[in-house]
Write a protein that binds this ligand. Structure first.
Ligand SMILES: *Cc1c(COP(=O)(O)O)cnc(C)c1O
Length: 402
């Protein structure tokens, strides 16, 4: 089938390879031609236990035979259990469930504005970082710092102040009477796995405390064990006021959450909600997934597999003159010496490997959290083969040109 035919009824939102994915199992995906791919994208860091794991399938089958959607105005069992589990794991008092990360961030923004109205004399401005990614609704796009986004769908939602990522002193310098919160990713995922200097989140915590502001951490990509801690900000030993989760929380099904401390949790009846929010089918799956991925042993293994991945990437980087590798746990990136990441990605695809190229010179790896050492070895082998292919076609000199 040609791309034109495949795209005929679908709005064109991104360029996709001309195959249809039909089956997944663990770290592998199969297309409609029976080709197998080693998957280091995993639904965009979503399938925390790989494709179609037993845990998720069983939760879907059992819950779907019991109760799908009573109504968001009624309690259900998995929702209550999941809320308690996430609250205990994070130290945050209360949870609001929703359907995607963007909606969780939208909810966090609303909660912060409500809190500002109650406690900070109607303050509503939120300080966010350049190159941040917080989602695709109008408010979460305005909160994001993706270059070019501010002019996409004018007028942009007001109330967001941008600062460079990683510099806490600049944050303090832009605080005014209108400021209500600071919203930050502990590691910027979509920007290319950008890790801030040690102590950054601690300093943001001190500054927000000193000025009586809320600290919002967007853990949609970095949470739920991905970085080798339950939640990435815990590496700095801090407690946030608001945290958003998504992606890995559902292990492949659409669910997200916004958690808040007792101090910040200030919605009144009618101010936030949604038809599918907290529905038992999705919360039952997230509960089953969370019970696995929040186990200390499981998280420790993410850390050790992550260190192995970084070590292997470092060796590869040395062999191919790549200037930098970065990562934490199983969220990693390799910076290439030139702007040919998409060519490498496409070569890898031809060799049966799915990876992401978030920037022209950067490859990103976000495998299942239970990926094996053998699968990491296979990744390295295929990336290396693809780099060698490109060097052969184009010559190493052409490759290293910017
Ligand atoms: C993916 C992502 C989002 C948006 O989540 P969706 O489920 O796509 O709406 C927000 N913030 C971060 C850090 C993300 O990685």
């Amino acid at each position: 089938m040609s791309n034109q035919i495949l795209n005929h009824f679908l709005m064109p939102i991104t360029r996709r390879p001309e195959v249809i994915m039909v089956k997944g199992e663990g770290s592998y995906l199969w297309d409609n031609n029976g080709r197998r791919y080693l998957d280091f994208i995993q639904g965009w860091a979503v399938n925390s236990l790989g494709h179609c794991p037993e845990v998720v399938r069983r939760a879907i089958v059992e819950q779907s035979a019991r109760l799908l959607t009573p109504s968001p105005a009624l309690y259900n069992e998995p929702e209550l259990e999941l809320a308690e589990l996430l609250s205990r794991a994070s130290g945050l008092a209360q949870v609001f469930f929703c359907n995607c990360g963007t909606e969780a961030n939208e909810s966090a923004i609303k909660l912060a504005r409500k809190w500002g109205r109650l406690h900070r004399n109607d303050a509503y401005e939120i300080i966010t970082a350049q190159n941040a990614f917080h989602g695709r609704t109008l408010a979460s796009m305005a909160a994001s710092g993706k270059p070019g986004w501010e002019s996409l769908f004018p007028p942009p939602m007001p109330g967001f102040i941008k600062v460079p990522f990683g510099n806490a002193e600049v944050v303090e310098s832009v605080i005014t009477a209108k400021t209500v919160a600071v919203m930050i990713e502990p590691i910027q995922g979509e920007a290319g796995v950008v890790i801030p200097p040690d102590g950054y989140l601690q300093r943001l915590r001190q500054i927000t405390k000193r000025h009586d502001l809320l600290l919002i951490v967007d853990e949609i990509q970095t949470g739920m064990g991905r970085t080798g801690a339950a939640f990435c900000h815990q590496f700095e030993g801090i407690q946030a006021d608001i945290m958003t989760l998504g992606k890995g929380l559902g292990g492949g099904v659409p669910i997200a959450a916004m958690l808040a401390s007792e101090k910040a949790s200030c919605f009144s009846y009618g101010e936030q909600g949604g038809t599918y929010n907290g529905n038992p089918l999705m919360t039952a799956v997230a509960l089953a997934v969370s019970r696995v991925v929040l186990q200390p042993d499981f998280i420790a293994r993410v850390g050790s597999t992550g260190r192995y991945l970084l070590e292997r990437l470092k060796q590869l980087a040395n062999r191919h003159e790549c200037p930098e590798i970065r990562g934490r746990g199983l969220l990693a990136a390799l910076r290439l010496p030139g702007e040919y990441a998409e060519e490498v990605r496409d070569r890898c695809f031809e060799h049966g490997l799915l990876i992401n190229a978030p920037r022209p010179n950067l490859l990103r790896f976000m495998p299942a959290l239970n990926v094996t050492i053998q699968e990491v070895d296979k990744l390295i082998e295929i990336v290396e083969e693809s780099l060698n292919d490109l060097a052969r076609f184009k010559g190493p000199i052409a490759l290293s040109q910017k």
